[in-house]
Structures are given as structure tokens and as C-alpha cells.
Design a protein around this ligand. Structure first.
Ligand code: NPG
Length: 373
């Protein structure tokens, strides 16, 4: 058993190779909090998937920083055992803050696995050493620009294309992509931008042979999602609505979706992501791994998760080059067959490169187990 020693918070910023626009706004840079933990035995790293603003969820970088510094780190330091199971129990007294918790738990798990020379993928019972990858395309400036991006990503090998949509920039664009590529796996993601009254839009999209329609309605409204699902042939998938295994159980019970997007950050870390996976698998519900424009640190975690047996659909696990000219870690590359290798090293299997940390970190704060609260 090893003890907690220290936790360091780091703020990083990396330019994106192209701005990413969703129904709630546009980002030009990846700005996030990294967590580095030290135990008696090892060091571990985790990435918080929150962004600058509380738009995807209620969490945001400054809030996550405070939640970790003032509540989660002290709760961890009180434990004799630095392991992830103990930490998860210790964090149960802090409500919400799933993304903050996930960043710390991922770092703790990385350290724990590094100390026992076990890879995250092996710990998760992953069954594949490569995963099939999709790509998520932000709302483009025009249909022509969108078609060009789709062509480029298909040429690179991506095996599923997801289009971001918002009211007014939806049916026509999806129809154009479908007409150009009748046979590809194609899905749309609305990021909760529609209302039940938009049923005609969904009926039109329903005719386009999509793999799924992701998070069409308000994130708290499972009942309306169930009503919409009953009206459509296309499977609905929920993302923002699923913040825990309990949410996933409720959604499936109600018939609010037939597919679940698993983001470990959104559900409070890898252990809860595993519970969502197991629950969906018991109910024969396909899951896939979502993405939050992660750097290589978060990407390594996603690839290990995506290698679990229930992840039967291509995820938003794209190559480093799709996001960054120079990632924080060694880059993750896509093979021409549209797959990426699952890291095999101890823990998450990657580390941030010191030269990149020098360039990208704007602020750091080290908290030691002995510090006064
Ligand atoms: O490739 O990591 C990626 C991005 C995948 O579309 C994607 N993410 O709603 O799922 C989402 C969306 C997102 C990204 C949401 C960043 C919020 C922030």
C-alpha cells in the first residue's frame, strides 16, 4: 500500500489546428487543467476535460482547479492508501464535479498501475490492441467546406464521420454529405440544441440512414428523449445526459436512447466509465468512446477504454494531428486502415514531454500532503 504525497495542478494551452465549432460556440485553443500526483511509489497524470466556460456541462477550468485544490486533494491526503478505489470513496462526499474528480482519479490510477507495471488497458480487461476510429467535424463555414473536410478525413482512413449540427445548419448539410457518400457510417451531434417542437427536422434526418442522432434535446430531459426515440427509426445516443451509471440505467429503462457515448471525464472517471460500459453490455446496448479534444494524456485513457469489449462502434478517438500541430505527448497516429494502437506501457502509457510542458503551461500549483489546509 502506498500513501499520497503530493498533487500538482497545471494549466495548459495548445492551439488547435482548426477552430472547432459546436452548437454552443467555437474554440480555437485547447485550454485545460492537468493533474500530476505523487505517491510513495510512483507518479501519475490525468487530464481534466472541462473547458473555459460551463457550456458543455456545469464544469469549467477555474472551477475544476478550485474543486481539486480545496476539496479533492485534501480528501485524498487524508487517506492512508493512495489507491483509486479508496480515493473514489473519499470523493463521494463532494457532489457533482465529475470532470474534476475524473482528472484526479485518472492520475491516481495511472500512478497505481505504474507501480504495479500494469497497463490501463489490461486493468480494464481490454480485448483489442487497436481501435477503430471516427472523427467529429465541427460546424463548417459552408457545405462545400464541410464536404472537403469529410473527403480529407475519409482519405486519411477514418471509419465514421460525425457532423455537428445546430438549428438551421442541419438537414441540407447532412443530406449533401450523405449524397456524396451513400455508404459511410455517418452520425450527427446536436449538443442539446433542439426542442421537441423541431420534430420535422428529425423526421427529415431520420430518412438519411444515419448510425445515430446524438443528444438532440436538453441534457436533463430524458422523458422527451424517450418520446422522440419512439417516433424515429434512427437510434438516439445520449452524451451530456449521462453523468453516471445511474443516469445510463434510467435512460435505458425509459427508452431515451439505444446507444451511449461514454466519456470518462463526464461520468467522474475511469471506474464509473467501466460501470456504464458493464451496464450497457448487460443490456446489449452499444457504447462508443466520446472525445473532448483531449491532449495525448486524455487520449491515452480514451484509447484504453475504447478497447473494452462493449465499445462496438467507432469513437471520437482521432489522431493527435486532427487537433494539434504538436501534442503534449508523443503523437497518436492513425493507420491507413482507420485504427489506432492502444497504449501498452504501464498506467496510461504516456507522459507529457518536458519541452511541450515548458511551452504550454501557464500556471502551476503544487500541494503537498503535509501542507496546512
Ligand atoms: O474529437 O475529441 C474530439 C471532439 C469530439 O465532438 C466532439 N466533442 O459534444 O462530444 C462533443 C464534442 C465536444 C468537444 C464538446 C469539446 C465539448 C467540448
Amino acid at each position: 500500500m502506498s500513501r499520497p504525497r503530493a498533487l500538482e495542478l497545471l494549466r495548459v494551452e495548445l492551439p488547435l489546428v482548426r477552430p472547432f465549432r459546436t452548437s454552443f460556440g467555437e474554440v480555437t485553443h485547447k485550454r485545460c487543467v492537468l493533474v500530476r500526483v505523487e505517491t510513495d511509489e510512483a507518479e501519475g497524470w490525468g487530464e481534466c476535460v472541462a473547458d473555459e466556460r460551463p457550456d458543455f456541462s456545469g464544469e469549467f477550468n477555474e472551477g475544476a482547479w478550485l474543486a481539486i485544490r480545496d476539496f479533492l486533494a485534501p480528501a485524498w491526503f487524508e487517506e492512508e492508501d493512495a489507491g483509486v478505489a479508496t480515493a473514489e470513496r473519499a470523493f463521494a462526499g463532494v457532489r457533482g464535479n465529475q470532470m474534476a474528480k475524473a482528472a484526479v482519479l485518472d492520475a491516481i490510477l495511472d500512478a497505481e498501475l505504474a507501480a504495479s507495471d500494469t497497463s490501463l488497458a489490461a486493468w480494464l480487461g481490454a480485448e483489442r490492441d487497436r481501435v477503430v476510429c471516427g472523427v467529429s467535424i465541427g460546424i463548417a463555414s459552408s457545405t462545400e467546406a464541410l464536404l472537403e473536410q469529410v473527403n480529407d478525413y475519409l482519405a486519411a482512413g477514418y471509419r465514421r464521420i460525425k457532423l455537428k449540427i445546430e438549428p438551421g445548419l442541419d438537414v441540407e448539410r447532412v443530406r449533401a454529405v450523405r449524397a456524396a457518400h451513400p455508404d459511410i457510417l455517418l452520425s450527427v451531434d446536436a449538443n442539446a440544441a433542439y426542442r421537441p417542437e423541431d420534430i420535422d427536422t428529425f423526421r427529415a434526418i431520420d430518412d438519411l440512414g444515419l448510425l445515430m442522432i446524438e443528444q438532440p434535446l436538453h441534457h436533463e430531459d430524458l422523458v422527451r428523449h424517450a418520446e422522440l426515440q419512439a417516433l424515429l427509426a434512427t437510434d438516439l445516443c445520449l452524451d451530456e445526459s449521462i453523468r453516471s451509471a445511474a443516469d445510463a440505467a434510467a435512460a435505458l429503462e425509459l427508452g431515451a436512447c439505444r446507444i451511449v457515448n461514454i466519456k470518462q471525464g463526464r461520468v467522474g472517471g475511469v471506474p464509473e466509465a467501466r460501470r456504464v460500459h458493464d451496464l450497457c453490455r448487460e443490456r446489449d446496448t452499444p457504447v462508443w468512446c466520446g472525445g473532448m479534444l483531449e491532449t495525448g494524456i486524455g487520449r491515452a485513457v480514451n484509447l484504453a477504454l475504447a478497447a473494452m469489449p462493449g465499445f462496438t462502434l467507432p469513437g471520437d478517438t482521432s489522431a493527435s494531428a486532427r487537433y494539434f500541430a504538436d501534442d503534449l505527448t508523443e503523437p497518436f497516429d492513425l493507420a491507413p486502415d482507420g485504427t489506432m494502437a492502444v497504449p501498452t506501457g504501464p498506467g496510461i502509457g504516456v507522459r507529457p514531454r518536458p519541452d511541450r510542458l515548458r511551452d504550454c503551461v501557464s500556471r502551476r500549483e503544487l500541494i503537498s500532503a503535509g501542507d496546512k489546509k
